[in-house]
Design a protein around this ligand. Structure first.
Ligand SMILES: [Zn+2]
Ligand SMILES: [Zn+2]
Length: 341
């Protein structure tokens, strides 16, 4: 079978690999559509020291069961919640499997989705990580559900309510999804701050209810206050890899405001937050990492019910054109890119 394999440093190639076999408790699935995540793009551009190479990366996909191992009886199309907890540690016992002490993730510790076929680990099947895709949901839509689950995880801490103003940094797929989720929860003003003009134009079309503004220079901070009604915002979400947004976001936060540091920062960072601001504003600052099975279920339900249209964000490429697909993300000509084997 063909797979897009990462060999270390910045070396990727479409490679012929042996067909995976389903061992006891496992299954083999045909990848119908796999989606490229920001993490994959980071590995493609800058390499990753964390991955044991060679490995097939990718963790977002819609797949069709082709072979069941001993003791397994699955059929049909599924998405797999990729971050698999041990089920034993303190976080797992509390249902926060995404915070597992020994998290094993598809496309990181297990071979990933940028391939024609994938072996589904026994742990994923045992712990309920496979979620059935309803017939009316397309392969492409199902393949981009997992990032929505990560946004749901971040917003679970933010308690967005009717009338809130929400500032989102970054107009990529996840910035826009955050905006759509915030609007669903009754946010009155949703502002997306983005430095790239190409991205701003697209975000305006994708989420017409949001105010999309240019944050390339600091004057945008006054614009945020104007839109929010002369004050700051109740909620800030950073969906971009720029540390400066952590500091400026905290500045713009209202009293009792909530902030999610959603996007991780590459490498070392020295964006210290002013803890006195947090103290005097009684602000809350939250982290966010990956998602639970339940949140993947909720995300799929939002898509299946038609409340969230994810298809409008998608550009599709053939798996053999994976390099072109990654390039379209680098050029910002595409918002969310999927690979079809
Ligand atoms: Zn992802
Ligand atoms: Zn665990």
């Amino acid at each position: 079978m063909k797979a897009f394999v990462y060999f270390g440093d910045k070396d990727f190639a479409i490679t012929e690999l042996p067909m995976p076999k389903a061992g006891e408790g496992e299954a083999v699935a045909r990848i119908l559509c796999a989606s490229i995540c920001g993490t994959d793009l980071r590995t493609y551009r800058f390499g990753s020291e964390k991955l044991k190479t060679p490995i097939t990366i990718g963790h977002e996909a819609c797949c069709l069961i082709e072979e069941n191992g001993k003791g397994v009886n699955l059929a049909g199309r599924y998405i797999a919640a990729p971050a698999i907890g041990c089920g034993q540690c303190r976080s797992c016992r509390k249902g926060r499997t995404n915070m597992c002490d020994s998290l094993q993730t598809i496309g990181f510790q297990y071979p990933g989705t940028f391939a024609e076929y994938m072996r589904i680990p026994a742990e994923a099947i045992q712990r309920g990580h496979l979620i059935r895709v309803p017939d009316h949901v397309s392969d492409q839509a199902a393949s981009v559900v997992e990032p929505v689950a990560c946004a749901i995880n971040a917003q679970s801490y933010l308690k967005i309510e009717d009338g809130d103003s929400v500032l989102i940094y970054g107009a990529g797929y996840l910035g826009c999804i955050h905006a759509e989720l915030a609007l669903m929860q009754g946010a009155r003003k949703v502002i997306i701050a983005e430095v790239s003009e190409k991205r701003r134009i697209k975000a305006k079309a994708f989420v017409p209810e949001a105010h999309v503004i240019n944050s390339v220079d600091k004057a945008y901070m006054d614009q945020v206050k104007d839109i929010a009604g002369g004050v700051g915002v109740d909620v800030v979400i950073t969906a971009c890899p720029a540390g400066i947004t952590h500091r400026q976001g905290l500045d713009l936060l209202n009293k009792n405001g909530r902030m999610s540091l959603f996007g991780g920062l590459p490498g070392e960072n020295n964006y210290q937050l002013d803890s006195n601001l947090i103290h005097y504003k009684e602000a809350s600052v939250y982290g966010a990492h990956a998602s639970t099975v339940e949140q993947n279920r909720q995300a799929l339900e939002l898509v299946a019910s038609g409340r969230l249209n994810v298809e409008k964000y998608i550009t599709a490429y053939a798996l053999k054109d994976a390099d072109k697909a990654f390039q379209s993300l680098i050029d910002e000509t595409a918002e969310k890119v999927v690979l079809i084997p």
